[in-house]
Design a protein around this ligand. Structure first.
Ligand code: C2O
Ligand code: CU
Ligand code: CU
Length: 532
């Protein structure tokens, strides 16, 4: 047997207890890059020489009957995953990537609340993977190399259409999913979710944006059309020849690395692009599509902007900001007014990298869009609405050498029995107890939630006696994390509490850390919405 658990058992016996307990004060996580081949230093390439690509809007290929009610015809889309060559920078040869519908990121799915669609996700990939599979992982042991299954992140979707990690399929197969879209306007995204290789498939390019619209949003007269632009930000490592490089550890049979950080920052698939804009308001739908990198975005000239929405939709009112942070999978909806910046070139930057450049034209323009002072109503959920509180630990295990070897949720493996079984339409509080040195962005499928608070605590007392010693007051979420969310950063040495109405379909879903390297190495668990 080569199951993950057996592998670990064997190792710990052989080494006389190789694994230390969940990381507390005992071991620090190492962020050092493993031994790796030469990579291209992306900062040697001239920035801002390529225009920002805007992924095409997905086109429906007609109407099809719903399998469940054959008299109802709904728009049908077919998106095929294929190997493609993508020109990511003027001075580089095209890079081999995998993309849906001929591009990476793939075409944007435009959806309207209340209007169901069908999407056939086809696997037209080659038989061999081009990125380093770790065959020890659950799902990657003795299975075909190339497997995909697509998840609509943030979608309230029936379980059979949610992209359950074990529902993967091989080249020349496809699955047709139904998306009822009974949810409010928001930027969702679709991405691969195949068990054990998800980090590699998304790194290869298997993701894209999905925008839900509704009447409440229409009524706001926000910037639209070419003045509404998706910005999907993701980092990659490149070989000197400009091909995607995914690093491996120095152990050939255990190639997994705990996190991927690249120095080539791509937006919509171009390295350090520029966008020509008019001196007026724009709406930017920003997604962090990176495997592990967090972004702290601001304009180099200090330009202020407004945030109007989070992962799951609009805020009650715009928030004026100079800086916004995004963990992997998080989204923000921003209004940027270039009206006072005529003729300027403004860089959008992260703490350590330039991300892209905006070139504002000089002439006067007429901007008829609005930034209303009130947006939509977002009822704040009260703690008293919750019928249950679950205490859930985020666990990281290290070897004696200090290397991270495994991450778990509540000390449980993927294949352990399901322990989280919320009742449909009930509300629960989930408390993420994080003794590790990392923020883990925790995502729940099928639902939206609100962040209640975060509080510093003393990990050792909790580990030894299951006793909470809090080291400070409960902190409310950051302004940019208020409103409805589907992914929340559970910060290091803190207890992060979210409140979740399980208003979705009954059935099996998953919850996991959205650092993709963690997710693939057991930081993902099934959960089940049960009927009351
Ligand atoms: Cu972005 Cu399990 O999802
Ligand atoms: Cu999801
Ligand atoms: Cu994590």
């Amino acid at each position: 047997m080569t199951s993950r658990r057996n592998f670990l058992k064997t190792c710990s016996t052989a080494a006389g207890g190789l694994l230390l307990g969940p990381t507390g004060a005992l071991s620090a996580m190492t962020h050092a890059m493993p031994a790796q081949a030469n990579t291209l230093n992306a900062s040697t390439l001239p920035p801002f020489v390529d225009p920002l690509p805007i992924p095409p809007v997905a086109k429906s290929s007609g109407l099809r009957p719903l399998p469940s009610s054959p008299k109802t015809n709904v728009p049908y889309y077919r998106l095929a995953a294929q190997a493609i060559d993508v020109k990511i920078h003027r001075d580089l040869k095209p890079a081999r990537m995998w993309g849906f519908g001929g591009s990476a990121p793939g075409p944007t799915l435009e959806m309207r609340s209340g209007e169901e669609i069908l999407v056939e996700w086809a696997n037209e990939l080659p038989q061999q993977h081009f990125l380093p599979i770790d065959y020890r992982f659950h799902g990657a042991e003795g299975t075909p190399q190339v497997r995909i299954v697509t998840h609509l992140h943030g979608g309230r979707v029936p379980p059979e259409s949610d992209g359950y990690p074990e529902d993967w399929y091989v080249p020349s197969k496809s699955l047709t999913y139904r998306y009822p879209i009974q949810q409010e306007a928001a930027m969702l995204w679709y991405h691969d979710h195949a068990m054990g290789i998800n980090r590699l498939n998304i790194y290869a390019g298997l993701f894209g944006a999905a925008i839900v619209r509704d009447k409440a949003e229409d009524a706001l007269n926000l910037p639209a059309g070419k003045y509404e632009v998706p910005l999907m930000i993701f980092d990659r490592l490149l070989t000197p020849e400009g091909q995607l490089y995914y690093p491996i550890s120095d152990k050939p049979r255990a190639p997994w690395v705990p996190e991927l950080f690249g120095d080539a920052i791509l937006v919509n698939g171009k390295l350090f692009p520029y966008l020509e804009v008019e001196p007026r308001k724009y709406r930017f739908r920003v997604l962090n599509a990176s495997n592990a990198r967090f972004y702290h975005l601001s304009f180099a000239n200090g330009l202020e902007f407004h945030q109007i929405g989070t992962d799951q939709g609009l805020l009650p009112a715009p928030l004026k900001l100079k800086k916004v942070s995004l963990a992997p999978a998080e989204r923000v909806d921003l209004i940027v007014d270039f009206g006072d910046s005529r003729g300027e070139q403004i860089v959008l930057k992260d703490t350590s990298y330039n991300v892209m450049q905006f070139r504002v034209s000089a002439g006067k323009v007429n901007d008829s869009s609005s930034l209303p002072s009130q947006l939509v109503s977002v009822p704040k959920l009260a703690e008293s609405e919750a019928v249950k509180t679950r205490l859930l630990t985020l666990d990281e295990y290290t070897s004696f050498a200090g290397e991270t070897v495994l991450l778990l949720l509540n000390a449980s493996y993927w294949h352990d029995a399901i322990t989280e079984k919320p009742t449909q339409n009930s509300t629960e509080i989930w408390s993420f107890i994080n003794p590790t040195d990392d923020t883990h962005p925790i995502h729940l499928h099928a639902v939206r939630f609100q962040i209640l608070d975060r509080q510093h605590y003393e990990p050792t007392a909790y580990q030894l006696k299951k006793e909470f010693r809090f080291l400070g007051p409960r902190q409310p979420p950051e302004p940019y994390e208020t409103g409805w969310k589907d992914t929340a950063g559970a910060h290091s040495k803190m207890v992060t509490r979210i409140i979740v109405p399980f208003n979705s379909y009954p059935g099996k879903y998953v919850w996991h850390c959205h650092i993709l390297e963690h997710e693939d190495n057991e930081m993902m668990r099934p959960y089940e919405i049960v009927t009351g």
